[in-house]
Design a protein around this ligand. Sequence first.
Ligand code: ZN
Length: 280
Amino acid sequence: MKRTARTLLACLLTALLFLAGCAPTPNAAPDPNPSLNPSPSATNTPLPSPTTPPTKTPPPQTSATPTLAPTPDPLSLLPVPPRFEIADDGQRVYFGDAYKQLPEADIMDEIIVPELIIIHTDGQTANLPRDWSTESTYHGLGEWYSVHFAISQYDILQMLPMYPDGVLHGSGAAPQYNDQGEWVTYNNRSIHIEMSGHNFNALIEGWANPEMTEAIEKTTDKTTDLVVSLLWFYHIDPANVFGHYQVGRGKADPGNLYFEQVFLPQLLEKWESFQKSLQP
Ligand SMILES: [Zn+2]
């Protein structure tokens, strides 16, 4: 008697579920026409890692000593710590002070895994160094270019969507033929960073006035902080940070002397000290 009551109850529940449109067991009743019905659940299950707590997303380089004193949280130690937010398209990651997405027309709808970071200067020649700004960078990109970040001495502006495992495809370096005659693009594996300003070589060549020197130095400081954070977060080799002039024929930005003698040494120093800060 008890059993039949339970069976009845189960049938009733199943019927209710079925009516509600969430029949639980697809294998209970064989699909009469499977070819016309390719697993509807497949289209409904994207939501990547909803269970992962936001602050722990990138797999931290597994600490080998869980029993010792708690290892510091690398994310909180990053010079520019990421912020996480759940959006319609999954979990978004934000770095820096502000986010303002570039116009749709500039955007390529593809998520890439970044392996390179390419550094630019945007050449806003109409402005004095004190007015070199991310706002000018944002508006100066035009229809053809899109980059992930603009950085001035005042702020870091993110301009394209980024995710724990990838970033939106930017277009910061024109594809071209290399010396071997092969058509090459770096955009499908690069994060592009545009520093506001121009002629950063002046710092080495000795003709930057105090205002220009201050702008370049502060911008460089913010940029190397961000690059250290991105290197760690996306597991990019520090050897894969390039000046645009190294990957774009006819390009001079951000200035070879500046890049080799100021930017890269500062970056590597910060990278090493960040690695040390991770030691328990
Ligand atoms: Zn460039």
